[in-house]
Ligand binder design. Structure first.
Ligand SMILES: [Mn+2]
Length: 499
């Protein structure tokens, strides 16, 4: 089919110039407010290439995300500094051996990096200490603002920059991380454009997969179609995350597709597919899930679960606007799903009582969604002072924040039949009374449904950046070959004369 999006858009480094400006003004404001001097340097160390285990096989490098945010540098081994006093930015490139030119290509001069990455100056990484000393015009040791802080999704800490001669500097390890992370939470127009493109090409790839899905194929063939489309027509060499191509009972395995479960099941007639796949374009990602019947026609049970999830997805998007709390959106999604399950006789009793018993988490154990940007799970979900909830389901939320204009957050309700959760729930006196055992038995092996869109919070509401068919009729039509987006039906049905 090719692609309506070819060729991919030009990337401008202006996005990173703006990101640096934003950090500089936030940091300066913070320093002024705490009566601290406006000098010193922000210093970040970019990512390093890694080899596979003990071999010389070099894994394809992808830049560390904070470094990518500020400098947009695709090459490994760089450092970057921002002079807090002057606002000047300095990139430090690794000094490459002459042999590099034999095996890896032309060695670019420093001027190339200065021009390409739109920084004030470029030097070599073995000059960091001397260059920063030269740029410092105040008394005492120059102060370095280094990146050190917790990633609340992984529980890992970012690694502060290290270099020869760092002992000649004072170090501040606490100021930078929360300020830089907060900058990343609210997206600029240029960042939004990149996320939109990642969404456009990924949405198109999902539709291509939907159209080519046939009984008897393997899950990895769906993955392959997606990867091909986003790379071939979008130049997306990286995905935001490993593709989850789950069918049948695998779709209840939330993070299916990993090395031990490598998308290798045969697609069976009557099964659902749950495909969670998103491409990355110039560091900025997308995170999209489509669920559909492999044979192209929803059964009544599939419609029941799918509609429950779609209603939750749509209810959340209708309610989203600045000031709305994300925990409330999660609870709204749970409630809509539980009401649908009750109408389908899967659950019994009063929905509010089910909510109190946290029954929603039996069917949707994960959080409703997460911030999205350079990382799939973009940082900043838990501002200082915000506590993770303890209750099932809510404790999985990657943020509990109020929505703000400029956030991009995924809306990804799901409903799954997971034995590891259903069996204990059926055996617990608090939850078993809500569960219709016979009907639930019918859903054994069903797997699950998830619908995931990437949503931008606007001044007055929100905007869904993901453009996939979502309604049951739309999915069935697209799978049967109908165009997407649907062709506009002409309102001009007069006498055939062109108006
Ligand atoms: Mn997601």
């Amino acid at each position: 089919m090719g692609s309506s999006l070819w060729p991919p858009p030009e990337v401008t480094m202006e996005v990173h110039v703006k990101n640096r400006d934003k950090l500089l003004s936030s940091l300066r404001q913070h320093l002024s407010e705490s009566s601290r001097p406006l000098h010193g340097f922000v210093l970040l160390q970019g990512g390093q290439e890694q080899t596979r285990h003990d071999t010389d096989h070099i894994e394809l490098f992808r830049q560390e995300s904070y470094f990518a945010y500020l400098f947009g540098v695709k090459e490994p081994g760089f450092y970057g500094a921002i002079d807090v006093g002057t606002g000047n930015s300095i990139l430090f490139a690794p000094r490459l051996p002459a042999e590099y030119a034999v095996w890896l290509g032309e060695i670019q001069p420093l001027s190339y990096f200065k021009e390409h990455y739109k920084v004030s100056s470029t030097c070599y990484t073995d000059e960091i200490a001397s260059v920063l000393q030269q740029h410092y015009h105040c008394s005492g040791k120059p102060l370095l603002y280094l990146l050190h802080g917790l990633n609340t999704d992984s529980n890992n800490f970012s690694k502060p920059a290290e270099f020869q001669g760092i002992d000649k500097f004072d170090k501040d390890l606490t100021t930078l991380h929360p300020i830089l992370t907060e900058c990343r939470v609210i997206k600029s127009d240029l960042e939004i454009a990149l996320i939109q493109y990642a969404n456009d090409i990924s949405s198109e790839a999902h539709i291509e997969v939907m159209r080519k899905t046939r009984v008897g194929m393997k899950e990895y063939q769906l993955e392959s179609i997606f990867l091909h489309h986003t790379y071939m027509y979008g130049g997306c060499r990286h995905c935001s995350y490993t593709c989850i191509c789950a069918t049948g009972d695998n779709s209840a395995v939330l993070h299916y597709g990993h090395a031990a479960a490598p998308n290798d099941k045969t697609l069976e007639d009557g099964d659902m597919a749950l495909l969670d796949m998103g491409a990355e374009y110039h560091f900025y990602g997308s995170d999209i899930t489509c669920s559909f019947p492999i044979n192209g026609k929803f059964t009544s049970d599939q419609s029941l679960i799918y509609s429950a999830v779609l209603d939750a997805h749509n209810a959340v998007i209708s309610a989203m606007k600045p000031g709305v709390n994300w925990v409330d959106m999660h609870i709204l999604a749970e409630k809509v799903i539980l009401e649908s399950l009750k109408r389908g006789d899967i659950t019994l009793g009063n929905v509010d009582d089910m909510m109190t018993a946290r029954l929603g988490a039996v069917f949707m154990p994960h959080g409703l969604g997460h911030l999205l940007g350079i990382d799939t799970h973009d940082p900043g979900g838990y501002l200082k002072g915000l506590e993770r909830r303890k209750e099932p389901g809510l404790k999985s939320l990657r943020t509990v924040r109020d929505l703000q204009e400029g956030m991009v957050i995924t809306v990804e309700p799901g409903c799954y039949f997971i034995d590891a959760l259903l069996l204990p729930a059926l055996n617990s006196p608090e939850t078993s009374k809500f569960l219709n055992r016979e009907v639930i038995d019918r859903f054994k092996g069903f797997g699950g449904v998830r619908i995931e869109s990437d949503v931008l919070v606007t001044a007055v509401g929100c905007y869904n950046m993901t453009k996939c068919p979502r309604e049951i009729q739309e999915i069935e039509a697209v799978m049967a070959g109908a165009p997407w987006p649907p062709q506009k039906i002409s309102t001009h049905v007069g006498n055939g004369l062109q108006s």
